[in-house]
Every structure is written in structure tokens, then in C-alpha cells.
Design a protein around this ligand. Structure first.
Ligand code: GDP
Ligand code: MG
Length: 424
């Protein structure tokens, strides 16, 4: 069975937490896009972990983890992430971690380019995480990137470095007047951080096809949400890759296989990191209250997240993009403090009410239309069955389910692995 776990909103919906929970029933977990700009928080009996590159299944001993061709991999960052987990007692070996030979390597000069460009933009910046993601994806499509499989033949790889460095300096030195990149530093970088990864690099598509034939359950773990997808998100305030479930088999290495289902992770309210239109946004005290209740500070960067109430318009669109067959609603417990809860049920555009998510530029003109429902105003973090939920909490779930047109199968009421309710 092939299942994707994807984000319905702007990211940070709690995908890592849900993957960690649901991976119990899976044999393989694959990351299929993005790089170390992800921050997936997993809390379980072994402690608290923030994963940037490694699939969240790495914390379960019997799960095989795959880093697919759709990813961009900062090999220095990966070395650090693996070392940290090993220190905490997590076993990582070629048996439980397989890296696609076709995945692209995020280079130090990509990180440099990202920083140079964000600095140049100053007040008009995109809110990049400065991890080199946009430049490395650009290099991929320029066909000037290095891929993980090249690390397996260093002689050949080092020969290519001079050409690429020459080309990159046209931008770094010629465009930004920064210090030039040298062949020596790139070669020694590959030696230091690439060599130790060699044993993990393989044709993951071959492995995944065999696993599928053997009846294994395969999960695809997305980074970021639908609204950050390069095509369907709030471009240009998006990530640089496809976060969409339909891309998962492609980005993981099995374009020949099709998903059996798509579980959308949706937050009980809205959050958004970085720039871009965010129609239902709260400001001032209202925002601070929700941000503090939800602990909404970025896992990868520590940046305060922008917050707002649940947005039906954006979430319905997210569900459509992800082809979600069921939903896991997260962070319901965060709303326990409210006597009344606002929901953004439509947008007002030039005096007209709209309920379909519009083209990005149009969003600048949209104003939120809020409706208010009764809150449950009591702690629900210990609820484990549907029957444990107060009536108002159940009503809230049903309201969202109806408004969004998708079954809410799970409700998460805490960050810990067992803090959830299965609704069906
Ligand atoms: P991701 O990027 O989608 O994996 O999400 P993040 O890990 O960046 O952000 C989600 C945050 O919410 C993390 O700190 C989680 O530990 C936490 N979290 C996840 N689910 C719940 C929940 O149901 N309740 C609460 N209170 N926290 C949660
Ligand atoms: Mg995150």
C-alpha cells in the first residue's frame, strides 16, 4: 500500500508528529522533496527530535527510510543530523537509510547565494530560510547540479568541479561581488562530507519497487504544505519544489507506482512562516495569545510564526490539491483556552464574497470573513476517544469536516505520540 502524508496548509501542520505516529503500520518512509529547510518535530519515548533531512521514520528501528530524487541534500547538514541522532542512541545504517543516487546535493555556494540574495532584497525579502534551497533547485533545472550518485565515482566528479565553479563564479563574483568559490574548497568539501555517505547511496527506485511487490507498506512524507507548493502555492512565496501528494511517487523514485491514499495533515488554526499573503492573519494581542498557546516558533529557525484562525477557503483548496482521502486535524488542544473560536469561512473581494482560493496576486485584495463558534473552554489533552471530547469540540471537528468536504479521521490533542483520537 502506498500512502502519502502531506500538508494541507502553509506547513508546520504537525506532519512529523503524524508520520511518527502512523509509521507504526509502515515498513518504509520516504522523503520526496525539499531539503534541510524542513523542521519536523517528533516527541516520543526516546526524547524530542527535530528532523530536517532524514525521514521521520528514522526513529522506528524496523522502518526503512528513503531520501528520494526529488530532495536536495546538504551533505554537511546531513552528517550533523545523523551524528546527533546516533548520539541519542538511534541506529542508522545502510539497512534503514537509503539515499537516492539521483538526489541533488545542496552546495555551500548555494547557501551563500541564498544569503547574498536575501541581503540584496533587504526590505523586499521572500523570507527564505537561507539554506540554499532555491539556488540549488535552480541549478538542478539549469542542469548544473551535482547529484549524490556522483560521489560514488570521485575521480569523475572532481573533474567536473572546475567547470561548475567557473560558471558559479559568474554569479557569485560577477553578480554579487562576493569572494570567489575555489575548486580546492569544493573538492575537499566532497571528500569530507561526501565520502562517508557513499554506503547509503543507491537506486532507491529499485528498492522501492521490490518492497512494493513484496507487499510492504510505503509512506511518503512531505515537507511543507500545499500552499507552499511551487505550482499551486502562493508563488513566489513558496518553496522551490512540489509538496503535492501526486508528486510523491515521482520524487521518491517510483514514477511507475500510484498512491492508494493521501492523508492530509491540517491544523485546527492557521500558521504561516515568512512572507506572502495570509488572509486570515491575526495581529497584536490576538496574534500573541494564539502564538503563545500554540508555541508557534519555527522548528528549523526559531522564527515567530504568523497565526490566524482556521481558514476554510485555503484549507479546502489545500485538500483539493493534495487529493486528500482523509484528514488528521492537529493541535486541537491549543484552542482549549477560548470561549469562542473564530473561523475564516470566506474572503471578501471587491465587495463580493468568494469561497474559492484565488490566484496569489488577488489574495492581496482579499479580506477575511469570520464566523464564530462556541469553544469548549476546557483541557482536552487527555482525551483519547471520541466520546471523551466535549460537545463543542466535536462540533468544531464536524464543522470543519463539512466545510472542507473531507473526512477527519484523526484528531491530535498533544505533541506526544499517543495524544490523539481516532474518529472513525
Ligand atoms: P511539521 O513541519 O508539519 O512537521 O510541524 P512542526 O514540527 O514544524 O510544528 C508542529 C509543532 O506542533 C511541533 O512543535 C509539534 O511537537 C507540535 N504538535 C504537533 N501536534 C500537536 C498537537 O496536536 N498539539 C500540540 N499542542 N502540539 C502539537
Ligand atoms: Mg515544520
Amino acid at each position: 500500500m502506498l500512502t502519502s502524508i502531506c500538508g494541507i496548509n502553509w506547513g508546520d501542520e504537525g506532519k512529523g508528529r503524524m508520520v511518527d505516529l502512523l509509521s507504526e503500520k509502515f515498513d518504509v518512509v520516504c522523503r520526496y522533496q525539499g531539503g534541510n529547510n524542513a523542521g519536523h518535530t517528533v516527541i516520543n519515548e526516546r526524547g524530542k527530535f527535530i528532523l530536517n533531512l532524514l525521514p521521520s521514520g528514522i526513529l522506528r528501528e524496523d522502518v526503512v527510510n528513503v531520501m528520494g530524487n526529488g530532495m536536495v541534500i546538504d551533505i554537511k547538514h546531513l552528517a550533523g543530523e545523523m551524528a546527533k541522532l546516533k548520539e541519542a542512541g538511534v541506529k542508522i545504517s545502510p539497512k534503514n537509510l537509503k539515499i537516492s543516487d539521483r538526489a541533488v546535493i545542496t552546495m555551500p555556494y548555494n547557501v551563500l547565494q541564498d544569503c547574498l540574495e536575501e541581503d540584496r532584497l533587504a526590505g523586499k525579502k521572500f523570507g527564505s530560510t537561507r539554506r540554499g534551497i532555491a539556488p540549488v533547485y535552480a541549478d538542478k533545472y539549469f542542469k548544473k547540479a551535482f547529484r549524490m550518485g556522483e560521489l560514488l565515482d570521485p575521480e569523475r566528479l572532481y573533474k567536473r568541479v572546475a567547470d561548475i565553479v567557473e560558471w558559479k563564479n559568474l554569479t557569485v563574483v560577477g553578480g554579487y561581488h562576493a569572494e570567489k568559490v575555489t575548486v580546492e574548497e569544493i573538492v575537499s568539501y566532497f571528500k569530507e562530507y561526501g565520502e562517508p555517505l557513499k554506503e547509503y547511496i543507491c537506486d532507491v527506485g529499485l528498492y522501492l519497487n521490490e518492497a512494493n511487490k513484496a507487499g510492504k507498506n510505503i509512506m511518503f512524507e512531505a515537507q511543507l504544505g500545499a500552499l507552499r507548493d511551487i505550482d499551486f502555492g502562493i508563488y513566489p512565496y513558496t518553496s522551490s519544489s512540489s509538496t503535492i501528494a501526486a508528486y510523491a511517487p515521482i520524487g521518491a523514485g517510483v514514477p511507475n507506482l500510484q498512491l492508494d491514499n493521501s492523508i492530509g495533515i491540517m491544523k485546527a488554526y492557521s500558521t504561516c512562516v515568512g512572507e506572502g499573503p495570509f488572509t486570515a492573519e491575526y495581529f497584536g494581542d490576538k496574534a500573541k495569545r494564539l502564538r503563545d498557546l500554540g508555541g508557534e516558533y519555527g522548528a528549523a529557525t526559531g522564527r515567530p510564526r504568523r497565526v490566524g484562525p482556521f481558514d476554510v477557503v485555503a484549507s479546502r483548496y489545500g485538500i483539493r490539491c493534495q487529493g486528500a482521502t482523509e484528514i488528521a486535524l492537529t493541535k486541537m488542544d491549543v484552542l482549549s483556552d477560548y470561549e469562542e473560536i473564530e473561523i475564516c469561512e470566506a474572503y471578501m473581494l471587491n465587495g463580493k464574497t468568494i469561497t474559492e482560493f484565488p490566484f496569489t496576486d488577488v489574495l492581496d485584495e482579499c479580506k477575511p470573513v469570520f464566523t464564530t463558534v462556541k469553544g469548549w473552554n476546557c483541557d482536552i489533552s487527555a482525551c483519547r476517544k471520541k466520546e471523551d471530547l466535549p460537545k463543542e469540540a466535536l462540533d468544531y471537528v464536524r464543522y470543519l469536516e463539512k466545510a472542507c468536504g473531507c473526512k477527519i479521521k484523526y484528531v491530535s490533542v498533544g505533541a506526544e505520540r499517543d495524544a490523539y483520537i481516532e474518529m472513525y
